[in-house]
Design a protein around this ligand. Structure first.
Ligand code: SAH
Length: 266
């Protein structure tokens, strides 16, 4: 068996670098050991909404904490400004941790942050995290792939930015035809529309879906329904971080109870 390679952060240059760390889906013990080792060394940590704030306890006491999420009723800090903060802090020769919910490179605008750091010539690295789709599947005990039922999984956003080019638009009808399990991020508000588009693409109204909100947290809820009943769920769940799983694999959860929306906790 090959020997596990563990990153030795004490051997890296002390300062002037940014580490984009995946905080995981919410539960504090779903941070990776690597993420924890990096936080232990932070001079400054830049974090946003979906990050469990208890994770900041892994930082040294004197570490500066910079919140860049959206406070109630206010908009997110513009991405450009977040980039500028990371660059500014790294230029102070500090060890900068950019802590992001889930995995930093899955719908987390980590790509833009890497671009900003590259443009400024700041060295960076990425520490992966448990992304919401994987956490939601595990917590709801829904296998995202299943021999004979689903051979592919799609991570897709239910919320598209207005300024994206056409190539980024989601072709729901095409996705409906793949037979893949669909893991929809940021999709609760538009769920009725999405369900209609999937139905137009040929997905049967009986196709089961699971809606998992606050996965891995004490307030976790799993609702199981069918595509045809998606509208009711959308109204109930707005405002919570929610992941929608669509596909036959959801039958694994509660085969007999998909006829009505149903909720169960942890
Ligand atoms: N980078 C993150 C995703 C950021 S986009 C990741 O890899 O998970 C934010 C969306 O992720 C939310 O709108 C929701 O759809 C999903 N999400 C994040 N945390 C979640 C959780 N604990 N439970 C359910 N969905 C979650």
């Amino acid at each position: 068996m090959s020997k596990a390679v563990k990153r030795d952060y004490d051997r890296l240059p002390e300062a002037g670098r940014v580490i984009l760390v995946g905080a995981g889906p919410g539960a504090v013990d779903l941070l990776t050991l690597r993420g924890q080792a990096v936080l232990n060394k932070a001079d400054v940590v830049i974090y946003d909404d979906l990050v469990n704030q208890e994770l900041l306890d892994h930082c040294p006491t004197g570490a500066e904490r910079i919140y860049v999420g959206k406070r109630a009723g206010m908009h997110c800090m513009p991405q450009q400004e977040i980039g500028e903060i990371m660059v500014r802090e790294a230029r102070k020769n500090r060890w900068v941790v950019r802590l992001k919910g889930g995995d930093p490179l899955v719908f987390g605008r980590g790509g833009e942050e890497m671009q900003a750091l590259t443009a400024a010539g700041i060295p960076y690295e990425i520490v992966p995290g448990v992304t919401a789709a994987v956490a939601a599947g595990a917590m709801a005990e829904i296998p995202l792939t299943f021999r004979g039922a689903a051979s592919a999984v799609v991570f897709v956003t239910g919320h598209e930015c207005a300024n994206k080019g056409d190539h980024a638009a989601v072709d729901w009808a095409a996705l409906a035809r793949t037979g893949a399990t669909l893991c929809i991020y940021m999709g609760v508000r538009r769920l009725p529309e999405i369900a209609r588009a999937l139905a137009e693409g040929g997905l049967n109204g009986d196709t089961p879906l699971a809606v998992v909100s606050n996965a891995t947290l004490p307030q976790q809820r799993v609702h199981v329904a069918t595509l045809g009943l998606a509208e009711t769920l959308s109204e109930q769940l707005r405002g919570q971080p929610t992941l929608i799983i669509v596909g036959e694999v959801v039958r694994w959860k509660e085969l007999s109870q998909v006829a009505q929306p149903m909720a169960f906790g942890l």
